[in-house]
Ligand binder design. Structure first.
Ligand SMILES: [Zn+2]
Ligand SMILES: [Zn+2]
Length: 278
């Protein structure tokens, strides 16, 4: 009924009770979970979990926070891991100028190199961008228009790399930015903060965007263990909380929650491909 398109089931957070976390997710109607890595170690962990639990799928990649630690053959390893049958995307990757845990030029370089991996492997990308929207969109846009993009050759064959496709997770932008990335074929993904109260002095921009953007451009995510929705704010998050996000979006759009589940699950399957079985 629901797919959690982005949840980090890190060992450090869930080692003690992962079986329970998974069964609570199933009981809540969450029948697929996409678990992105944030570096080599957690990408390998994500694959291990995908092997152990049928409902889990993995993405592999270096988060911008870890870009400074992405050295040597790390990206070759990421590309090798991407051949695993339950790896459905490259992520999470992107830019984070809020925390600046890695130098910005290295963040941009690692982001760009991983988009190239995704294109070679014809996999979608899962983008994290925080206070770096201009640069993040700029890098994606350059890849969308680069001369090596896939094209049909005079003999009727093809050459070049496919255009990037993917999702901007924990969407930080306004309606205009959402429509721009939607026009590129990218989805936006909405986590728990959509349930937070909107106050006159601090309007909930994410809720405004979720209300205005067509449902078929939106994915649902918990971003577990972070971004816990109301009324559990402050606690460790987990995929079983996804229906709270779906219900809030249903409310904002005036549609049944079942429709939110159905349409967003279709989109996850379309984006991440046949790797996510029905
Ligand atoms: Zn993120
Ligand atoms: Zn994340």
């Amino acid at each position: 009924m629901f797919i959690d398109s982005h949840a980090h089931l890190f060992k450090k957070d869930y080692a003690a009770d992962l079986d329970d976390v998974i069964s609570r997710a199933r009981d809540a109607g969450v029948d697929r979970i996409v678990n992105p890595g944030t570096d080599l170690e957690t990408s390998r962990e994500a694959i291990e979990l995908a092997e152990r639990y049928e409902i889990i799928y993995a993405c592999v990649g270096y988060h911008p926070h870890e870009a400074a630690r992405c050295e040597g053959r790390a990206l070759e390893e990421i590309e090798a891991l991407s051949h695993h049958e339950k790896v459905v995307g490259i992520g999470e990757i992107g830019l984070d100028y809020h925390y600046d845990f890695s130098p910005r030029d290295r963040q941009r370089e690692v982001f760009s190199l991983q988009i190239d991996i995704a294109r070679r492997r014809n996999l979608p990308i899962v983008i994290h961008t925080r206070e770096a929207e201009e640069d993040s969109l700029g890098i994606v846009e350059r890849k969308l228009t680069d001369p090596n993009r896939w094209r049909i050759t005079p003999d009727g064959g093809g050459e070049g790399a496919p255009a990037p496709r993917g999702v901007f997770h924990c969407f930080p932008g306004d309606e205009l930015m959402a429509r721009k990335v939607n026009a590129w074929g990218f989805y936006i993904s909405i986590p728990g903060p959509v349930t937070f109260a909107s106050k006159p002095e601090k309007p909930n921009l994410m809720a405004e965007v979720a209300a205005k953007i067509p449902l078929d451009q939106i994915l649902l995510e918990t971003d577990s263990p972070y971004l816990t929705p109301v009324p559990f704010r402050g606690k460790r998050n987990e995929p079983s909380r996804l229906p709270l996000i779906a219900r809030r979006i249903a409310e904002l759009k005036g549609v049944p929650v079942e429709e939110v589940g159905r349409v967003t699950s279709e989109s996850v399957r379309r984006l991440f491909g046949t790797g996510i079985a029905r």
